[in-house]
Design a protein around this ligand. Structure first.
Ligand code: FAD
Ligand code: PHB
Length: 389
């Protein structure tokens, strides 16, 4: 088989890239190692920046989103028994939307299959070859028991943090920057109406907690836990008791309901530089990870592929490689802005350890960001997304 762009991974990055290319008349094939059922039900991100909503709308994947997404205009920061509001829309003129990542994935898959765009699920043994500048890029894989080979002009590695594309880049090309945090997130989906109109980020001596949502009937909640925590030790009863403790506020009640999904996610910051090698381009989680406190991973993945698609369109239409050569530099500017913000939100809100000095600093920062217009503006413009990046 031959195509123009071989895309590894049918997460948000791979699917959005394929659609952007399709609209520009560029062919691609997407190879995904999981089943359609699995990727359509993997519970992950929920918060979209205005720029992501606009991009999905532009590529024709915004119809259901427009009907079902919840529009939010700010966030609550809770600490010291107080709950303060950061009025992000009032400050920035932009809003954020709640719409589950798996719903975006469902919409994009339906769109792709709707025009018979090549998208293969359950492919095994994916490997990328010969992608140096003068090579002839190829992807080999097994599908329905048969070994296959896909020849292409370029390869897009959209296969997430644990994918095969980044490790295929020759030693010495990439430099990685990373930070591990001494905690993880335990997340639940619960069949209960959200107890809040907008998200609550809570700083508590027991650790961070977040109240998010998916719809008017489904809540999404997270608890900071130990990095090696075992989900088996967290009964639904224990999870709700801990959430009640961390969100406790006079005159407010956290409603409980049946837990329909739960899991633990490690927290890390990670960047690889550059995000390209020869004719292999990395996008999304394949190139970087941010801790979820800033709600940025999916939004960043969407912006990476927007930049990559623009560069590919320029190359196919003019033969000039300048934009493709500059892909990584352009994408990394935003990546590092978002890394900084995600690290800021993470260290602002989590219990970092047992040092009371850290705790006092955090409280001083929370006090400042909820009382100074300048500090609130900085948080708000980063949270809703900086369009000029
Ligand atoms: P992925 O979604 O990981 O997609 C990669 C795809 O490649 C997958 O489908 C995978 O199965 C496939 N794949 C992997 N290896 C191979 C292979 N060898 N061959 C073929 N296919 C392969 N982000 C936000 O913006 N807002 C949020 O509110 C937010 N909350 C989050 C909460 C949690 C609990 C978690 C875990 C993440 C959150 N994120 C959030 C981050 C967001 O989910 C990711 O950044 C996003 O999924 C990145 O998209 P991607 O397409 O780059 O990678
Ligand atoms: C979510 O709804 O899953 C979510 C929202 C905000 C975050 C992280 C996750 O910061």
């Amino acid at each position: 088989m031959r195509t123009q762009v071989g895309i590894v991974g049918a997460g948000p990055a791979g699917l959005i890239l394929a659609q952007l290319l399709h609209l520009a008349g560029i062919e691609s094939v997407i190879l995904e190692n999981r089943s359609r059922e699995y990727v359509e039900h993997r519970v992950r991100a929920g918060l979209l920046e205005q720029g992501t909503v606009d991009l999905l709308t532009e590529i024709g994947a915004g119809e259901r989103l427009k009907e079902e997404a919840l529009e939010h205009h700010g966030i609550y920061l809770q600490f010291d028994g107080r709950r303060e509001y950061i009025a992000a829309t009032e400050i920035t003129g932009r809003s954020i939307h709640i719409y589950g990542q798996q719903e975006i994935v469902k919409d994009l898959i339906a769109q792709r299959l709707g025009y018979d765009g090549p998208l293969l699920f359950e492919v095994d043994d994916v490997a990328v070859h010969d992608f140096d500048k003068h090579g002839e890029p190829r992807i080999t894989y097994t599908h329905e028991g048969r070994q296959q080979r896909l020849e292409c002009d370029v390869i897009a590695g959209c296969d997430g943090f644990h994918g095969v594309c980044r490790p295929a880049i020759p030693k010495g090309v990439l430099t990685t920057y990373q930070r591990e945090y001494p905690f993880a997130w335990l997340g639940i989906l619960a069949e209960v109406a959200p107890s809040t109109d907008e998200l609550i980020y809570a700083h508590h001596p027991n650790g961070f907690a977040l109240h998010s949502m998916r719809s008017s009937t489904v809540s999404r909640l997270y608890l900071q836990v130990k990095p090696d925590e075992q989900i088996e030790y967290w009964s639904d009863k224990r999870i709700w008791a801990e959430l009640q403790t961390r969100f406790a506020l006079a005159g407010w009640t956290l409603q409980e309901g049946p837990v329909i999904e739960k899991g633990i996610t490690p927290m890390r910051s990670f960047v690889t530089e550059p995000m390209q090698s020869g004719r292999l381009y990395l996008a999304g989680d394949a190139a970087h990870i941010v801790p979820p406190t800033g709600a940025k991973g999916l939004n960043l993945a969407a912006q990476d592929v927007r930049v990559l698609a623009e560069a590919l369109v320029a190359w196919y239409s003019t033969g000039d490689t300048a934009q493709l050569d500059g892909y990584s530099d352009r994408a990394l500017r935003r990546v590092w802005r978002v890394q900084d913000f995600s690290h800021y939100m993470t260290t602002l809100l989590h219990r970092l350890g047992d040092d009371p000095f850290d705790d006092r600093l955090q409280r001083a920062r929370l006090e400042y960001v909820t009382s100074s217009d300048a500090a609130a503006k900085s948080l708000a413009e980063n949270y809703v997304g900086l369009p000029e990046y």
